[in-house]
Write a protein that binds this ligand. Structure first.
Ligand SMILES: Cc1cc2nc3c(=O)[nH]c(=O)nc-3n(C[C@H](O)[C@H](O)[C@H](O)COP(=O)(O)OP(=O)(O)OC[C@H]3O[C@@H](n4cnc5c(N)ncnc54)[C@H](O)[C@@H]3O)c2cc1C
Length: 359
């Protein structure tokens, strides 16, 4: 059930197809003293070899409602009010919908806003959790509301974008309010007839000689092709995509630290300057890929069942038959290497499940 293809069994497992199923499962877990784990598409997880001793609740709520066809329940005008013919198109999407199928649908509808996020595996419900982002776009730009079950009082409520506390690869769901909410539906506001996001250098290169602005469909296809070349698209038979995508987040450090890394790199004769992007408040975002690569872990590194992808420095891959313990140990080796080489503590991106103290 995980893209890494590791992890032991769940003691109990249930897939919830609607909100009532979710609530029933939570009540059942509580009544039986079972620890709950909420599973989406399993694309951002390392599950321990021992598995999960409690209940795994897979969110299988389906359905896409949009105000281009039928007005979503949450957005229906009150009686006497006319619906707004222009402006954004809203999609209310079940948390269990496959993310990339939803992206394909919005592109077909000619709505811009998530096209650069094509090809990312997992479910819609997983996207607000780490504020999924790629190629210069993040879901926080288009999410207007997240419908959740609050496990503190078993009430369903709607969180606004601001209440989700989105930031780079974080939200309240994976930081301050971790394990408090189950995402049931997500509402996105997309732009009919909008232009595709062209912020990513590889995409710009791809369309350098393109006459006019590429269509959303051309952009989506290009994003998927670029992702495939980096094993960032799940392609059956490609061993390099048995991963959880990028294993480390790009670290955000003080400007002084970023400058120090650049000096160290120059002194050591590292050919490529460390990429550095302003992150506001006297901080800079560094490239985790650069740090990993220049700490002695190039693409294809590792001789065992776990190693660095041949196509992407940030992806740790299960080359076949690996255990979760091997993945955890290998990721620590890389983290230690980066700490020693550059004095920077990398943060893991995937969620460690069932590992106890390192979760
Ligand atoms: C090849 C590959 C490429 C990737 N590329 C990217 C990328 O470009 N950008 C990016 O941001 N990510 C990327 N990822 C990571 C991953 O796809 C995303 O983080 C995805 O959104 C995870 O969703 P999921 O449904 O698979 O969640 P899971 O992996 O099942 O769960 C992840 C976390 O979210 C929680 N969760 C899941 N669903 C819910 C819910 N309904 N309610 C509450 N909590 C929930 C889980 O409890 C867990 O803590 C990539 C992964 C792979 C394998």
């Amino acid at each position: 059930m995980t893209t890494f293809r590791v992890g032991g069994p769940a003691r109990y497992f249930v897939e919830a197809e609607d909100e009532k199923d979710v609530i029933d499962a939570v009540i059942h877990a509580r009544a039986n003293n079972l620890r709950l784990f909420v599973l989406g598409g399993g694309s951002n997880l390392v599950v321990a070899d021992e598995g999960w001793p409690g209940l795994v609740l897979k969110i299988g709520i389906r359905g896409i409602e949009d105000d281009g066809t039928a007005q979503p329940r949450a957005l229906r005008p009150r009686s006497g009010q006319a619906s707004v013919p222009h402006g954004p198109r809203h999609y209310v999407v079940g948390a269990g919908e496959e993310w990339d199928a939803f992206v394909a649908r919005t592109v077909e509808d000619g709505c811009a806003g998530v096209e650069a996020l094509s090809g990312i595996p997992g479910t819609v419900g997983g996207t607000p959790v780490q504020n999924v982002g790629a190629y210069g776009q993040e879901v926080s730009e288009t999410i207007v509301a997240v419908r959740v079950l609050d496990l503190q009082n078993l009430k369903v409520r709607e969180l606004s974008n601001a209440e989700c506390g989105f930031s780079y690869r974080t939200s309240i769901f994976n930081t301050t309010e971790r394990e408090r909410y189950i995402v049931l539906h997500v509402t996105y506001a997309l732009t009919p007839g909008g232009a595709p996001r062209m912020a990513y250098a590889d995409l710009q290169k791809r369309f350098a000689n393109h006459p006019g602005t590429p269509t959303l469909k051309e952009t989506r296809d290009a994003v998927r092709q670029i992702r495939e070349s980096k094993a960032m698209l799940i392609v059956p038979g490609d061993d390099d995509c048995r991963s959880a995508g990028s294993f480390f987040k790009n670290p955000i450090v003080r400007d002084e630290k970023a400058a120090e890394v650049a000096v160290m790199a120059r002194e050591q004769g590292v050919e490529r300057e460390p990429p550095r992007y302003p992150a506001g408040g006297g901080q800079a975002k560094l490239s985790a890929a650069w740090l990993v690569e220049n700490a002695g872990f190039p693409k294809g590194f590792g001789s065992g069942r776990v190693g660095i992808s041949k196509k992407h420095t940030l992806a740790i891959v299960n080359r076949g038959g690996a255990t979760a313990a091997e993945i955890a140990a290998f990721s620590e080796e890389v983290r230690t290497g980066v700490r020693k080489a550059w004095g920077i503590e990398l943060q893991r991106e995937p969620v460690m499940v069932g590992f106890g103290s390192i979760e």
